[in-house]
Every structure is written in structure tokens, then in C-alpha cells.
Design a protein around this ligand. Sequence first.
Ligand code: SF4
Ligand SMILES: [Zn+2]
Length: 141
Amino acid sequence: MIPNLDWMQHAACAGMDARVFFATGNHARAQVHAAQRVCATCPVAAQCADWAIQTGERWGVWGGMSQHQLRQRRRRFTSRAKTTMTVPKAPVKKREPAQCGTRSGYQKHLREKTEICGPCRQANTDADNRLRRTGTATAAA
Ligand code: SF4
Ligand SMILES: [Zn+2]
């Protein structure tokens, strides 16, 4: 779906220095408040907030929310989405035995209390690093 971004034309911040909305450094707090004052006059703040939540914006002021508030909102949004969305059930797959050199291989070692081999240890470290970087343990396509 192509997102409808028409609302951006009506943004109170249109044409403003974007740095106002991406606070950094010592004056971050004052800067966030300055940005929020602009948002308070913005006719499309609700669309802006939805947009930021749906696109996973992590930085800056959106829809009058500081990035901290935005993250809190998103946590609520995603946990609600999980409980209310009807996710089609994946067809039941026969589970392949866990292979060494994969994260499930690593987990199998843990389950069976067998010695964790090098490839499994590596796969688990890789997955952890990915998780830290991207928020998902699945390799990017
Ligand atoms: S709510 Fe704030 S950041 Fe969003 S469009 Fe309006 S002024 Fe810009
Ligand atoms: Zn192994």
C-alpha cells in the first residue's frame, strides 16, 4: 500500500528547520519543548503521530510526542495489535530436526544439555547481534 502523505502538506513544521524536531546535545530538553509547541498548533498532529508509530520512527518529535513518549505509545500499540489482530495460522510444518550452526541448533544443545559446538555458538551470537541491531532475530532478507 502506498502511504497517503498528503497530510504532510498541512504540517505546522513544513519548511521548518528539521533540527528543531531532532533534539541533540545539552539543550535537548528545551528543544523538545520548542518542537512540541509547534506540534501543539499543528492541524495534522494525529496523522503525524500515527505515521510515526506505524513507520517505527525512533528519533525526534512527532505529533507532539517526544521520542520517549513515542516509544511508550508504540509499545502499547504493538502489544494491542498482537492481541486484537487476527493473524492467519501458519500451516503446521513438520519440524525439521535442529541443525548445528543455527540458533535452533544452539537451543537444542541447551535443551538436551549437550556440549554447544562452535557453529551453534556462532549462530547464536550472530542472532543476538542482529537482535540488538535490528530488533529482530531473523536475518534481513
Ligand atoms: S505534529 Fe509536529 S512534527 Fe508532526 S507534522 Fe505537526 S508540527 Fe510537524
Ligand atoms: Zn551444534
